[in-house]
Design a protein around this ligand. Structure first.
Ligand code: SF4
Ligand code: FES
Length: 237
């Protein structure tokens, strides 16, 4: 075990635990956007910054990527941290001027609604955190999306922006996206995502539409569970 202090509280955690998890496990809240437990970390949003003191040195680190160390002192809300976090939010607001999630976070932290930096013209809500790409690759296992272009034009998309033949319409990318960038429209019978329309399957017991047919076929193929057994929604299992 490793012993350290967060916001004046003595804490012990297993070696390898990130400061963010140690803080949360002890009821200390640190705002985040891109850290999701289902996928590996990118450190893209920088919202989770904290101050880490070791001996006489103090520096700003991203808590979602910084493992706890013996004797360190972490401050999650001092003035230096809050100033950096507000600056990060100003930059995120400029990058994603239309993201309600980012605007709400900014208002919670008292960041002026008037942008300090010029807003990006493409009006994307994407912070390029890769969580969508990673969940598709690491959890679902289909790799239907990735990043296209470089620099300012970098964007998440299907290969060549064409309909993805491997996408199963599960919507994991839209669910994990912290800023609401990925558009998904689910009606009773269909789900539209990444330019494709997926047919939804009805539950064999209650008749409710509950999952895209392609997703169920994919799960059946991957797990060997007969399709018939997957044709029942979670409520009726
Ligand atoms: S679309 Fe969402 S999840 Fe994907 S990189 Fe952008 S912000 Fe992250
Ligand atoms: S939550 Fe740590 S960098 Fe985004």
């Amino acid at each position: 075990m490793v012993n350290f202090i967060i916001d004046g509280k003595k804490i012990s955690a297993e070696k390898g635990t990130m400061v963010l998890e140690a803080a949360r496990a002890n009821g200390i809240d640190i705002p985040t956007l891109c850290a999701h437990e289902a996928v590996s970390r990118s450190g893209a949003c920088r919202l989770c910054v904290v101050e880490m003191k070791k001996g006489k040195r103090a520096k700003i680190v991203t808590s979602c990527l910084y493992p706890v160390e013996e004797g360190i002192i972490i401050e999650t809300k001092n003035e230096r941290v809050m100033n950096v976090r507000r600056l990060v939010l100003q930059l995120l607001m400029a990058r994603c001027p239309e993201s309600d999630v980012i605007r709400d976070l900014a208002s919670q932290l008292g960041v002026d609604a008037q942008p300090r930096f010029a807003a990006d013209e493409d009006k994307s809500k994407c912070i390029l955190c890769r969580s969508c790409v990673r969940v598709c690759e690491e959890v679902v296992g289909v790799s239907a999306i990735g990043f296209s272009c470089r620099g300012a034009d970098k964007a998440v998309s299907t290969p060549f922006n064409e309909d993805s033949a491997v996408c199963i319409g599960c919507g994991a990318c839209a669910f994990i996206c912290p800023t609401g960038h990925i558009e998904m429209e689910t009606t009773e019978e269909t789900r539209k995502i990444w330019g494709r329309t997926f047919k939804m399957k009805t539950c064999d017991v209650c008749g409710r539409y509950f999952a895209p047919e392609d997703q169920l076929k994919y799960i059946s193929k991957k797990t060997g569970v007969p399709l018939k057994e997957l044709a029942v929604c979670t409520n009726c299992r």
